[in-house]
Design a protein around this ligand. Sequence first.
Ligand code: TA6
Length: 293
Amino acid sequence: MIKQSAFCTLKQVDELSCLHITHPKFFAEICLQGAQLTQFKHSQRGEMLWLSPDALYKKGASVRGGIPVCWPWFGALAFNPDVVKEAVQSQQAHGFARELEWNLERICESAQGVRITMTLSHNEQTLKIWPHEFKLVCQFELGDTIAIELTSQNLSPSHMAISQALHTYLPTQNIHKTRVLGAGNGQYIDALDNWQLKKQVGAIGFNQEVDRIYLGDNQYQILTPNKQFSLCSNSHSSIVWNPWINKSKRLSGFPQQGYKNMLCIESANVLSDHLKLAPGKSHTLKMQLTCSD
Ligand code: TA6
């Protein structure tokens, strides 16, 4: 597959095997571990994702930045609905999909861009943690925008309850001069204040740690000093996060001042928007990131 490709090569980056895509419109890097898009630089609009300058490419841990795939649960298990957490035998945050090696299934290339399809299926290791047979398909449509479709297929004879997120790290020249519009229905759950329901008044600004779950449609506009992003998804929950000063010191692969140049907008199915798939059923989480300068 790679041998026939015009734009793709497989590179070893420290411990991880990564697909490097050099297309006239963009450069991208996707790690086979976690099907994690870690870099995307558009030829005109520049970097569309934030990758930590201290990012580690190590087996068994997601790379700090890009778009980690959080599946089949999001965040700390304890804060998930009972139906999601009851089946899980692990205390790991953000599920196991981002730490496992995915299969590179298909590469489709054109002058407009590249479509990459990767898959992850249940195995002995996942069945020990989570007793469901599944197939996860991640399709990347890369060109002038980043579009991702994450399809969960329930291959088991029982219902499969999941929460999930495409955990997008965005770059900003200055977090103090960054605003986020269009968050959900104007209400959010504050993960930093006993998960209280609060009202969002006006744009989201950043002058402290922010870790908020917004329920409702999410068609975000992210205004940074030199770039504007729009991030849309078909889900009805999303998370807005910046670790700020203290949490930055506790995060792996994250420089202490890193909070000044990034924010996360995560297209999700969490809390009341979690999924319960009947046997044989599937669901697709879709997101699209666009940049204009
Ligand atoms: O999405 C926000 C969050 O849940 C934060 O609370 C923080 O933990 C972040 O995800 C990163 O988590 P990670 O496990 O990748 O360090």
